[in-house]
Design a protein around this ligand. Structure first.
Ligand code: OFO
Length: 171
């Protein structure tokens, strides 16, 4: 039977993953409307991946005899000032998620739930990749600035990057 404190923490994480998917879906839709097809494809994929992260947690909680709660979600932002703004928020969001995952890991250790601790290591590793990717994209975008030609190439490059990869956009 799943420890109650661990179950609560996992349910909170389910909500965070679901909200991440929702936020990235909002970003994808904005990028599509703004004409950044590559960024939009990347963000739609990233949104799908967050949903998979949520599902993985739901299955784990239920399989361990707990009750996974499907959360209510907030409406994500509709408008962004720029692509830089989108990816800055994505980067900040990933840093927030990492902290939350570390919090779950901490609870597992305090409650001596080594099974869940082991399960959570996948999320720890995933966050390292996602933070690296988000930072690399942001660095690249900051280099590009407002140069329209460079932004066009950046958008095209991003279409080629898998959201879960740790690669950087090519030059
Ligand atoms: Fe769920 O992987 Fe990042 O946030």
């Amino acid at each position: 039977m799943l420890n109650k404190k661990v179950e609560k923490a996992l349910n909170e994480q389910i909500k965070i993953e679901a909200q991440s998917s929702q936020v990235y879906l909002g970003m994808a839709s904005w990028a599509e409307r703004a004409g950044f097809q590559g960024c939009s494809a990347f963000l739609y994929l990233h949104s799908d991946e967050e949903r998979v992260h949520m599902l993985k947690l739901i299955k784990f909680v239920n399989d361990r005899g707990g009750a996974a709660i499907i959360p209510e979600l907030k409406q994500p932002e509709k408008d962004y000032k720029s692509l830089q703004n989108v990816f800055q928020q994505l980067n900040d969001h990933e840093e927030f998620v990492t902290q939350e995952i570390n919090g779950v890991v901490d609870i597992c250790l305090r409650e001596k739930d080594y099974t869940t601790h082991n399960f959570m290591q996948w999320y720890v590793a995933e966050q390292i990749e996602e933070e690296t990717l988000a930072r690399n994209i942001l660095d690249k975008l900051n280099l590009v600035g407002n140069d329209k030609g460079a932004l066009y190439l950046f958008d095209r490059d991003l279409a080629a990057i898998k959201a879960s990869g740790s690669g950087t956009p090519s030059k």
